[in-house]
Write a protein that binds this ligand. Structure first.
Ligand SMILES: [Zn+2]
Length: 189
């Protein structure tokens, strides 16, 4: 790894090691290595020991910290819910790759959460914010904001979308089942 300023790199290319450099814009850390998230040109700041990339395109359709994304819950297990990310909220672009995101139980809501299944269930449609890019197709997410969380809840009994009845409860119009959720202020229904 002898990256220098001006080098053209592709997504996933190794740029340096975290012992020597700090990963900055459009890079991510992967087991001690700094890799590029995008195709672009390397900028090496030797004074501040930062490696960043100037993307080849103006606004690459890729996830970065702070971005709000939407998708569907694919798994809720123990301390972590998994979400298949379908796109970013503030752009019409679709994502370059199929990202999946993890929501840790500590990031699901503002207060203490005893059971992650009181927050999300498989099939729910969710808005979440990216907190950390872990790799080319994997990010950490949070829903601990009022306008984040479930925007459509799917009944665990009959798979119908449910109606909101209170701040953290939804009801199924078909079977009458009531369930708890981390509901977004933008809930649809
Ligand atoms: Zn139902």
């Amino acid at each position: 790894m002898k990256t220098k300023s001006g080098d053209f790199v592709l997504p996933g290319d190794a740029l340096g090691v975290t012992e020597e450099f700090v990963p900055a814009e459009w890079t991510f850390e992967d087991q001690g290595k700094i890799r590029s998230l995008v195709a672009g040109t390397v900028t090496l700041d030797n004074k501040n020991k930062r490696i960043s990339i100037i993307p080849k395109t103006n606004s690459p359709s890729i996830l970065k910290n702070g971005l709000v994304v939407y998708g569907q819950i694919s798994e809720v297990r123990g301390q972590r819910a998994l979400m298949k990310i379908e796109g970013a909220k503030d752009t019409n672009r679709s994502l370059a790759t199929n990202f999946s995101g993890g929501i840790h139980i500590s990031q699901a809501d503002k207060g203490y959460v005893a059971k992650l299944t009181d927050e999300f269930r498989i099939g729910d449609l969710v808005d979440a914010r990216v907190t950390k890019v872990l790799g080319l197709d994997n990010v950490d997410l949070t829903t601990a904001e009022n306008e984040l969380g479930v925007i459509k809840a799917m009944c665990t009994n009959c798979r119908s979308f449910m109606k909101q009845v209170s701040k953290n409860e939804v009801i199924c119009p078909d079977c009458g089942r009531k369930e708890r959720r981390k509901i977004s202020s933008k809930y649809e229904g």
